[in-house]
Ligand binder design. Structure first.
Ligand SMILES: Cc1cc2nc3c(=O)[nH]c(=O)nc-3n(C[C@H](O)[C@H](O)[C@H](O)COP(=O)(O)OP(=O)(O)OC[C@H]3O[C@@H](n4cnc5c(N)ncnc54)[C@H](O)[C@@H]3O)c2cc1C
Length: 401
């Protein structure tokens, strides 16, 4: 599956930061991680910190899957509003899922400090605005649910949004204190570099082809024919899990993003705020640490990569039309346009845990607009699974739920 179009901004901005060798001998380890994107980098960090002999493989160059295309907004807010998630899975699981995403932002900040990251982690507020008058009713219900759950939120009326952010034609918004952004591509590379110094072995251009299950270990054969014996395998293979697992657990989408220079005088507080709206599909925007404006949206069902890439011009126009609604006088000079794969689950939650067909193995599949924060939660979850412990979120994030 082709996970992205040409020209995702982060690949151009950062280039090929580090390359790793392909596998050229048989290996033996405690934990084999398959997939070297942001999820694999976080899980590898956890496994190395927990003292396991860890190997990571990726069939592409490291971080050349969705991680190179992401817009990397770090939100405690899940694509399914809290009040709706409470109706779907109950208050305990819904609030715990939102809180886990909130904690993930704090944990990620600690991690950026711990490894002295230069990937532009920045704390931001988050503005979730009603793009239609009729959305105000449920957005107020959502505001109440979040307040009851203890999140730091304020309700803003339309005139306050104009005054504080300069956005017109909105009908009210939830302003949350919790949020952040980062260059996830660079951060994942930094984590890999940090952990190779602590013993992590990485092989890219190395594709998992076959897994044989034995008592207490798995034997994984890669495309070159070499084998890795591993006590546990952790699959961090993102949207390509759809090829491996036969059940229908995620709907694949294509999503689109554009980036430009920013005219600061025309915005207020944009560099300290993540912005998204109640449209379906929603649009979202944030600034980058090198002072550009990044806008995403326009999600479509994914059929094939060629059709997706043929939509780039149309989607650019569609996103800009949405921007014009709230910033009628703003001219956006597009620098880059790209598309990437995106996955939607019915409850907006990830799949993290065991799968009955894959012995001695765990999956960490952080789907949706919170893919990255879910992967951070996956760190503590897999750490506990490895010690045969259950996690508070195990039941809510399991396969077959
Ligand atoms: C345009 C866009 C905007 C987004 N915005 C946000 C956002 O604002 N916030 C957010 O949290 N999330 C966002 N996401 C989602 C987020 O980017 C993903 O959740 C995240 O990148 C997934 O990372 P990953 O490491 O799980 O997957 P990937 O980066 O795709 O990595 C999986 C890796 O597995 C490897 N692999 C697959 N099969 C095999 C095999 N058989 N053998 C070896 N290797 C294999 C692949 O080569 C790949 O490198 C966005 C995504 C896109 C495309």
């Amino acid at each position: 599956m082709d996970l992205k179009s040409n020209e995702p901004f982060w690949l151009i901005k950062n280039g090929l930061m580090t390359s790793y060798p392909s596998l050229k001998s048989n290996e033996d380890c405690d934990v084999l991680i398959i997939g070297g994107g942001i999820t694999g980098s976080l899980i590898a960090h956890q496994m190395i910190s927990d003292g396991y002999r860890t190997i990571l493989i990726d069939k592409r160059e490291i971080c050349n899957g969705s991680t190179s295309a992401t817009t990397s907004m770090l939100q405690y807010e899940i694509d399914i509003p809290l009040y709706e998630l409470i109706e779907k899975i109950g208050e305990k699981g819904a609030v715990a899922s939102y809180k886990a995403c909130s904690d993930a932002i704090d944990n990620l900040e600690k991690l950026t400090k711990q490894i002295r990251s230069d990937a532009g982690f920045k704390r931001k507020k988050s503005l979730y605005f009603a793009s239609k008058r009729k959305d105000v009713k449920w957005l107020k219900e959502e505001f109440k649910a979040r307040k009851n759950a203890g999140f730091n939120v304020k309700w803003l009326e339309a005139d306050q949004i104009v005054e504080q952010f300069g956005f017109e034609n909105t009908y009210g918004a939830i302003l949350s204190k919790q949020g952040a952004s980062i260059d996830a591509f660079k951060f994942a590379h930094e984590l890999f570099e940090h952990n190779t110094k602590k013993g992590l072995k990485i092989f890219d251009k190395t594709e998992m082809k076959k897994v044989e299950y034995h008592k207490g270990f798995n034997r994984v054969t890669v495309d070159s024919g070499f084998q890795i014996k591993a006590k546990k395998v952790i699959y961090c293979i993102g949207y390509e899990s759809k090829n491996l697992l036969k059940e229908n657990f995620v709907d694949l989408k294509s999503t689109f993003a554009i980036v430009s220079e920013i005219d600061d005088d025309k915005f207020k507080n944009i560099s300290s705020t993540l912005v998204w709206n109640t449209d379906d599909p929603y649009i979202y925007m944030r600034t980058t640490d090198d002072g550009r404006l990044l806008i995403g949206g326009g999600d479509e069902d994914f059929s094939d990569a060629q059709k997706r890439d043929a939509l780039l011009d149309k989607k650019e126009k569609e996103i800009l039309k949405n921007l014009k609604k709230i910033k009628p006088d703003y001219h956006f000079y597009t620098d880059f346009v790209w598309a990437g794969a995106f996955g939607e689950t019915k409850d907006g939650l990830p799949y993290i845990g065991e799968h009955k067909k894959f012995k001695n193995s765990y999956f960490v599949l952080g789907f949706g607009g919170n893919g990255i924060t879910f992967s951070v939660t996956g760190m503590e979850m897999t750490s506990q699974f490895m010690k045969n412990k259950k996690h508070l979120l195990s039941d809510y994030f399991q396969f077959g739920r």
